[in-house]
Design a protein. Sequence first.
Lengths: 308, 308
Amino acid sequence: MADSKIFAPKTFAGVLAPVLTPFAADLSPDRRRFLAHCHWLLDEGINGLAVFGTTSEANSLSREERMELLEALVEDGVDSALLMPGTGCCAIPDTVRLTAHAVGLGCGGVLLLPPFYYKGVSDEGIFASVAETIERVGDARLRVYLYHIPPMAQVGYSLDLVERLRNRYPETVVGLKDSSGDWSNTAAILERFPGFATFVGSEAYLLDTLRGGGAGSITAAGNVNAAALRALYDAWQSPMADTLQAQVTAQRKVMQGYPLFAGLKAVLAAMRNDPDWNRLRPPLTALPAEQAAALIEELRRHDFPLAA
Amino acid sequence: MADSKIFAPKTFAGVLAPVLTPFAADLSPDRRRFLAHCHWLLDEGINGLAVFGTTSEANSLSREERMELLEALVEDGVDSALLMPGTGCCAIPDTVRLTAHAVGLGCGGVLLLPPFYYKGVSDEGIFASVAETIERVGDARLRVYLYHIPPMAQVGYSLDLVERLRNRYPETVVGLKDSSGDWSNTAAILERFPGFATFVGSEAYLLDTLRGGGAGSITAAGNVNAAALRALYDAWQSPMADTLQAQVTAQRKVMQGYPLFAGLKAVLAAMRNDPDWNRLRPPLTALPAEQAAALIEELRRHDFPLAA
């Protein structure tokens, strides 16, 4: 991959949304609502679409369902440079297939979960998984963002492993999303890897991440609060930044009082007056109507923009 | 599925092995060694083959790889009634496809992991996943064994959930494998669900499980110690039972001092004098040669039958 520099692609920066996946009554992905949601997020100013993330219920989708939705997005005119699909599966052949597919469509990057079924695996084993994936895809256009989310995956990327992967694949492993929920881990990454495109999972740390030299945030809240998050990102060096951050953080605190994915779908359902958005695929379940109403009411009190 | 009784199949009983999956140098499944291993296990007296379990590195295999290996087994003359493939994936469409495929081949049952990416999910959500799978497969021949392995999957089947699933699908949900590593959980299952085909994950509890009315053990050790385990199963009501159990338990304790899956492959490699058996697919890694030698030496001292 010695010639990879000729592509000189920009890395992602700003606020990305792990796009919620709407489901039809038969639990199949609802392509029409998915496309409409993506276009709306871009109109709201989101800097990129991290489709098929944790919040997207991507791990409840088959490989084929993910590929079909990604193709639909590109066919529908979305600039694939703005797409950072999640492609990390438990099995290397699946990860390779999704990653190669994303690169083939021109996606700006992929967000790579480590294989997450086997627990207590070594850095050596995770390194081998990622290396095997990169080698098999064998495409200089590939840009990998490591997806570190130990609260969910239970398996993650240690700092030493990140260093080793960057050293081995400096043109390919260009960034990371830290969803550890542990700011000290994000701070350590920012300090140790200047120039690495580091995204924080919680928008409560967006400003801290940017001030620490990071790239931004890939946050579930981007699905419902994209305009405010983009405004914060654009203003991060202005005197307003802390005030905007405080507002966004307060809204996040409200949402944290509810199951996150179901809560976000309930908010979207309310914003669009479209109850079909309330559907989740098992094992996740929708918010009971009363809880959804309480969440909406609480957000209203925090000046959350509920009109779509 | 009202007519399901006409099949009146026997449930599994005895000692089953979650069959190790051998890999070729390119990390593809090694079909020849896989078939030979399965035939050898049956010759040794194993009561059934739980292919594509945790020990099988099944979660590192793609759906297609699992289906091809299963078809190869049946084409190679293995009685499909003796097969209990693991079919539980993160995404319902994948679980349905593998389960329907197994039923189509006449497998005696499937071992069903709950969807395991999303953590902290409700019993309601897991129930919906299993129900959706059973309904979509829609085949009265389907026999489901619930696979409870919280140390690995982090998501499991509570006793209340087991009861709910049995009540809803009495002809279909016929058994469970308890790999919680917690005997009090196994004991509670045995007490609460008499007649349920309960398997324990650790052969150290084989005798206790049988005495409690359970069906047997689905144990990783079955890959290398099938004859001794079968002898214990056959003799469980004899005066020799406790002595045989003590021997098996002592051998397990030796193996527990080493990484389990890599250790088992090292033992097989030594038994067959076939170093290719030492290969694991990332994220799992082979045992370093020194550790492997130490394991073999220790097993020898415990009268472990190392000749294949």
